[in-house]
Ligand binder design. Structure first.
Ligand code: NAD
Length: 439
């Protein structure tokens, strides 16, 4: 969980879900997906809105608004994280749930899509208040969530500690331990090895596929990462270990730039110990400052780098700045960082954009592994988890790259078409008009 709060930029139209539907419609038309399938995906299956009263440390009572959206469960139980952020809205949670449905389909894991959000600035709460809130959220969600129906996970400003409290609360209410009701838990409570780094690692595996096809030389390839939390840190760390030059990183307060490239492990140590992002080089526990320039988050997006990785929040690449993005490749580790209007501008300029539903799917893939382990009483080793993740991400990245070539389109449209076809197969098998007319 990061320490600062950031602003969530809106979409070009100020409504994230409407913009998400625009991307869906574009791909559906392109892929000639059955209209009945798209009609279903335009409307979340179920929406829960609750008020969660929490006793604060000073004895007063405060009520927090929370949402859980189950978008679609045709391919399996709903799956998706819970976000804590002051700017959470129902529109945003609906968009995030829709993207989860598509994401699970694009990596072909047997889950549908869901998402949760709590309108809160967690930085303003003590740890005990945060625990009371997290337990209150699970109790308010009640049987709307569960191991066979809708399985939460961490997202922005929630982490394994929060997942542990939630699992404990749910288990108490059900009179037995139910580890499979949530993923991203601490190892001690049935979490999976490798889940903490899975989102960044999955993006790294996708980048390695591009590297192979485009014959990049890591030492000549520069990278900028916006957002230095769970996902951003791990993808930066793995790329740096491979010899890539990570020249810029940022958090909600701003960024740092060094054309020589940063020692990423040192930045991570510094950031996680002091909660400050500073340009340092550390040897053991001794860190010294290195040369760097301060940049804003807006400047980071427009740097002349080879790979731009937005890994913070949605709606940061819009129609206003898309023409100024200089990176020829964008890898969307955040959910929804690019609006649909920006998409069109970037596609026109032949920018390679690895879409969020593929690039950050490593997280939900290892969440699936965690759920499988919990349901079978297993605990896989780290190598087994990483090998399985590499297999899924490599296979499905290749699949999307091949589809894009075959359909002569951009990677987002190709990924959506792959996902929509898989969802359409499932919907059709439950009995649509095409199922009957084909039969
Ligand atoms: P996190 O809370 O660990 O980190 C978020 C980071 O973003 C922090 O460094 C924070 O300082 C920074 N940030 C916040 N506001 C910012 C702003 N306005 N400008 C720049 N930086 C800002 O969250 P995370 O889990 O790393 O999630 C980051 C993104 O990745 C989100 O879009 C999330 O939905 C997506 N994602 C995460 C996972 C996962 O498993 N953690 C899985 C899939 C997708």
């Amino acid at each position: 969980m990061a320490d600062e709060q950031g602003d969530i930029s809106g979409s070009d139209d100020g409504d994230v879900f409407t913009d998400a539907l625009r991307k869906l419609d574009h791909a559906a038309e392109f892929g000639k997906i059955d209209e009945e399938v798209i009609e279903r995906l335009r409307h979340p299956r179920a929406i829960l809105q609750v008020a969660v009263p929490v006793r604060l440390d000073d004895g007063s009572l405060r009520t927090f608004e929370a949402y859980r959206v189950r978008h679609d469960d045709t391919r399996g139980p709903g799956k998706g994280g819970i976000r804590y952020h002051p700017d959470v809205s129902l529109s945003e949670v609906k968009a995030l749930a829709l993207w989860m449905t598509l994401k699970c389909a694009v990596v072909d894991i047997p889950f549908g899509g869901a998402k949760g959000g709590v309108v809160v600035n967690p930085k303003e709460l003590s740890r005990l208040e945060l625990e009371r809130l997290s337990r209150g959220v699970v109790s308010a969600f009640g049987d709307f969530i569960g191991p066979d129906t809708d399985i939460p996970a961490p997202d922005v400003y929630t982490n394994e500690m929060v997942m542990g409290w939630m699992m404990d609360e749910y288990s108490k209410a059900h009179g037995r331990r139910v580890p499979a009701m949530i993923t991203g838990k601490p190892l001690a409570l049935g979490g999976s090895r490798g889940r903490d780094q899975a989102t960044g690692r999955g993006a790294y595996y996708a980048i390695k596929r591009l590297e192979e096809r485009r014959e990049w030389r890591p030492a000549d390839t520069t990278v900028a990462v916006q957002g230095f939390g769970n996902a951003g840190q791990h993808v930066a760390r793995l790329l740096h270990a491979d010899g890539y030059k990570v020249v810029a990183v940022s958090d909600s307060k701003g960024g740092i730039l060094s054309n020589d490239g940063f020692d990423v492990p040192s930045l991570i140590t510094q950031k996680n110990e002091s909660r400050e992002l500073r340009a340092v080089y550390c040897k053991g526990s001794v860190c010294e400052m290195v040369d760097s320039d301060d940049i804003t988050n807006a400047e980071l997006l427009e740097l002349d780098v080879d790979i731009l990785i937005p890994a913070a929040l949605e709606g940061v690449i819009t129609a206003d700045n898309a023409a100024d993005i200089r990176a020829p490749t964008i890898v969307e580790v955040a959910n929804g960082p690019t609006t649909s209007r920006a998409d069109a501008i970037l596609a026109e300029r032949d920018v390679t954009l690895v879409p969020d539903i593929l690039a950050n799917a490593g997280g939900v893939t290892v969440s699936y592994f965690e759920w499988v382990q919990n349901r079978n009483g297993l605990a896989w080793g780290l190598d087994e988890v990483n090998d399985r993740l590499a297999e899924v991400m490599g296979r499905e990245t290749d699949n999307v790259l091949d589809q894009a070539t075959e359909l002569d389109t951009d990677l987002r449209t190709a990924a959506y078409v792959v996902a929509l076809q898989r969802i359409a197969d499932a919907v059709s098998a439950t009995g649509t008009h095409t199922f009957f007319s084909d039969g």
